[in-house]
Design a protein around this ligand. Structure first.
Ligand code: NAD
Length: 514
């Protein structure tokens, strides 16, 4: 079936900017509301709340979402299992139709959903718009992929016997999603398993519960039956382990940090009383993504690609370039251009559409400033390195040079606007430095040397390699996304093998009597 990506909005066109501002104004009128959990057909409140604030203007309450606890996780798993058989028995065509309707609802609400993301996650217009476009793409792409997985398939023939194989859904899964693509990743991790017949408990990041509530609103409007998507928002300490440990959780679809992923993987390995399966765990985790620039590159182009890769959404993308590796002969010239462009970046409240806004929360700001302190002791600060304007969790765009490849700055994921520039003697050295990390998510090379580009294809150990372009911005269907090494379990969101992971193969052999 055919698929094409949702076009991104061009904000160079004034009418689009105006339309976006209108959506921001409309959503502003809805800020501060209270939201319940959704468990089956019930809207549940516990009397406790998690508050979500605009990270760039922390005095602004985006909304309050009900704080669920272990009891609500239990109820949500029950509701999801109660719905599972009926949902799994529906035809693939029917589920595909609902996924397409969900895409339509999101299309219809495109700027409204993006505006919620601007308020809650601090995304500027283009980043928020791309988040919604990607969510739509996941619905449409998996809708295009799913029909091929339906029905029975004959195995090799044998006289007197009919042998067939079919793919059946696993059951009830937990979707544990991060805040940095609050709509796209949640939607992709939910609609993929759901379209092939699984039901789900959604546990979004406590930093972006209100965008998750918008997802539920869209799913209801699209006509998904109650119990397919069950939303439990809450604090990690209250519900994270409980959901992972629960004997009725069949599979876990996780995107987030390495440390949380490892914890989930370890805990999910235990088989608890009453549990009928080994839990299937899919993990998409962090990165320490590198862009290599060699001496054959156009330096102006390379510097621009590096700025886009390093500071889009303030470096808060798993694919963000946090290491810029320059070969010695062009190092100083590249760094000069890179720093000049970086110093021009504007930060401020996301509603004003700056280059990037505040970091998601205080913890992220403190963590980033902590790494900046480490950098000030161990490397050379070229620009940035301070908290930004008051009123939000800002950090200015920061560049360190003379960073040692094995230093903390060059090895650990910071997840903020901090780029470490590393000097390499030549291309071979640069490639070795790029690969010298436990992560393997994205990476890139800017070069005009065909042999080196080909070598990078073979030797650069990342799940998503970008040649002669920025290293962020994977499109569903075009660049299936996911990492090697400790960046993930090669789930590859938006790729042709994704849906198969939420299905088990069942074989039926029938002897023909007479
Ligand atoms: P995080 O690990 O803090 O949280 C991710 C999710 O796990 C959230 O829903 C959180 O509430 C939940 N969680 C936390 N503790 C838990 C526990 N004990 N049990 C169960 N769930 C728990 O990550 P984050 O800060 O939300 O997201 C940023 C991270 O995600 C970065 O490391 C980034 O690289 C990574 N990321 C990876 C990809 C990818 O595709 N590889 C995409 C986006 C983000």
């Amino acid at each position: 079936m055919s698929f094409s990506n949702e076009a991104l909005t061009d904000f160079a066109i004034p009418a689009n900017v105006e339309a976006y501002r209108t959506a921001l104004d409309e959503v502003a009128g809805k800020l501060g509301a209270d939201y319940p959990l959704t468990i089956g057909s019930r809207q549940v409140e516990t009397g406790a709340w998690i508050e979500s604030h605009n990270p760039g203007r922390t005095s602004q309450l985006v909304g309050r979402s009900t704080k669920g606890g272990p009891a609500e996780i239990d109820l949500a798993l029950t509701a999801a299992w109660d719905t599972f058989r009926e949902w799994a028995d529906r035809s693939m065509d029917e589920r595909v139709g609902l996924a397409r309707r969900l895409a339509d609802v999101m299309r219809h609400r495109r700027f409204e959903l993006a505006a919620w993301t601007t308020y809650e996650a601090g995304k500027n217009y283009a980043e928020a718009d791309a988040d919604v476009a990607e969510a739509i793409d996941f619905c449409e792409y998996y809708a295009a992929q799913a029909p091929a997985l339906a029905g029975e398939h004959e195995t090799y023939p044998r006289p007197g016997e009919s042998n067939t194989s079919m793919l059946v859904p696993l059951g009830v899964g937990a979707v544990i999603s991060p805040w940095n693509f609050p709509l796209a990743i949640l939607t992709g991790m939910a609609i993929g398993p759901a379209i092939v017949g699984n039901t789900l408990v959604l546990k979004p990041s406590p930093d972006t519960p209100i965008v998750a509530q918008q997802f539920m609103k869209c799913a209801r409007e699209a006509g998904f039956p109650p119990g397919v998507f069950n939303l439990v928002t809450g604090a990690d300490a209250d519900i994270g382990d409980h959901l992972v440990d629960h004997p009725r959780t069949r599979f876990i679809n996780f995107t987030g940090s390495l440390s949380t992923g490892i914890r989930i993987n370890e805990r999910a390995a235990a088989v608890h009383p009453g549990q009928l399966w080994i839990k299937k765990v899919g993990l998409e985790m962090g990165g320490k993504d590198a862009l290599i620039v060699d001496e054959t590159a156009d330096l102006d182009y390379a510097a621009r690609a590096a700025v886009a890769s390093g500071y889009g959404f303030g470096g808060q993308k798993c694919s963000a370039m946090s290491r810029l590796i320059a070969v010695d002969s062009i190092h100083d010239a590249l760094v000069e251009q890179f720093v000049a462009l970086t110093s021009e970046l504007e930060i401020g409240p996301a509603t004003q559409n700056p280059d990037f806004s505040a970091l998601i929360n205080k913890r992220a700001q403190e963590k980033t400033l902590g790494y900046i302190d480490i950098g000030k002791d161990s490397a050379k600060l070229l620009t940035g390195g301070s908290p930004g304007p008051d009123g939000g969790h800002y950090v200015t765009p920061t560049v360190f040079a003379d960073v040692a490849p094995d230093s903390q700055l060059a090895q650990e994921e910071i997840f903020g606007p901090v780029v470490s520039v590393i000097r390499a003697t030549d291309f071979d050295d640069a490639l070795a430095i790029a690969n010298d990390t436990m992560f393997g998510l994205t990476g890139g090379l800017i070069s005009n040397d065909r042999t080196r580009l080909d070598r990078a294809k073979q030797e650069f150990e990342v799940g998503n390699l970008y040649l002669n372009r920025k290293i962020t911005g994977a499109f569903v269907g075009l660049q299936p996304f996911g990492g090697l090494r400790l960046s993930g379990t090669t789930v590859k969101a938006g790729g042709p093998y994704y849906l198969r992971q939420y299905l088990a193969e069942k074989t039926v052999a029938e002897r023909r009597l007479t």
